[in-house]
Design a protein around this ligand. Structure first.
Ligand code: NAI
Length: 269
């Protein structure tokens, strides 16, 4: 069911890789809710051509951009602003750790890989916002959103340096959110999502364990990618105008549970 929540709104959506991606679901729903947007991903991620189907379905342009490259981001925003003049929302749905990918333990981390993952997963959020800032790209009361995970705040072994990257990302949302609010009433938030079966998610060691544990701990169960897309749409809509500089848990209650009966039952003899 569509509510027309994003009617007339324009934006940029980073990070749709395949139909499991959270950004993919956000794009489908944003389209249904009346938004127009540009889709972007790293050039290497576009090689498979899967994004073309989503672009066709949503009537969107695809502009390749490595989110760590200020040059690529400049071109992406130029293209977008030529098309839309100004935009109302940005979704940053990007994450990658080379240490996770290559199975490096946290105690034996490779610092070159750490820097790369940090740049892609965290600093890119600053770079995207700085590009939008310099080009005066955002309409008043616009909304900028990134996706994060609770490992930024509590330890989850196996999440590795992504935990530190997410902590940095959440901090950027607060720091830049303050500036944007003062500049032109743009809000900046992060959504801390349940573990979700996507390409990025499945790269984490012991990921299925995370998923099952979170499910048994959360009174509402795990939030799916579709649920996450619904939440993103509310945050791009005018219904959440005064929400900014927040890390918003979207996790079926997981973050506020000490232990659940279902988990306790496993330990009772
Ligand atoms: P995904 O693998 O579908 O999306 C990650 C995206 O990052 C891909 O589209 C990939 O091409 C893009 N990316 C990687 N390097 C890039 C670069 N240099 N420039 C531009 N884009 C680049 O996985 P998912 O799960 O949809 O991830 C989206 C966001 O949600 C990420 O920030 C992730 O950390 C976050 N998240 C995911 C959870 C999960 O369990 N899947 C849980 C909580 C947060």
């Amino acid at each position: 069911m569509s509510y027309g929540l994003l009617k007339g709104k324009k934006g940029i959506i980073f990070g749709a890789l395949d139909s499991n991606s959270i950004a993919w679901k956000v794009a489908e729903l944003a389209h249904q809710e009346g938004a127009e947007f540009v889709l972007t991903n790293a050039p290497v991620a576009l090689r498979m051509g899967e994004l073309n189907g989503l672009a066709e379905k949503t009537g969107s342009d695809i502009v390749p951009a490595d989110a760590t490259s200020m040059e690529d981001l400049g071109k992406l925003f130029d293209h977008t602003l030529e098309k839309f003049e100004k935009i109302d929302f940005i979704l940053h749905s990007i994450g990658m750790s080379v240490n996770v990918r290559k199975g490096k333990e946290y105690t034996d981390i490779n610092y070159d890989w750490l820097m790369k993952g940090w740049d892609i997963s965290a600093v890119s959020f600053h770079k995207v916002m700085k590009t939008a800032w310099d080009k005066d790209a955002m309409n008043e009361w616009g909304s900028i959103l990134a996706l994060t995970y609770i490992a930024a705040q509590r330890t989850f072994p196996g999440y590795n340096d992504m935990a530190d990257n997410k902590a940095y990302l959440e901090s950027i949302a607060r720091s830049f959110g303050y500036e944007w609010g003062n500049k032109n009433k743009v809000r900046v938030n992060t959504i801390s999502q349940s573990p979700t079966l996507t390409t990025a998610g499945q790269g984490i060691k012991g990921f299925n364990g995370f998923v099952d544990f979170a499910k048994e701990m959360s009174p509402l169960g795990n939030a799916t990618a579709d649920d996450c897309a619904n939440y993103c749409i509310t945050l791009f809509s005018d219904l959440t105008k005064m929400v900014t500089m927040q890390n918003l848990f979207h996790d079926g209650g997981f973050s506020n549970v000490g232990v659940s009966e279902m988990v306790m039952n496993r330990f009772e003899k």
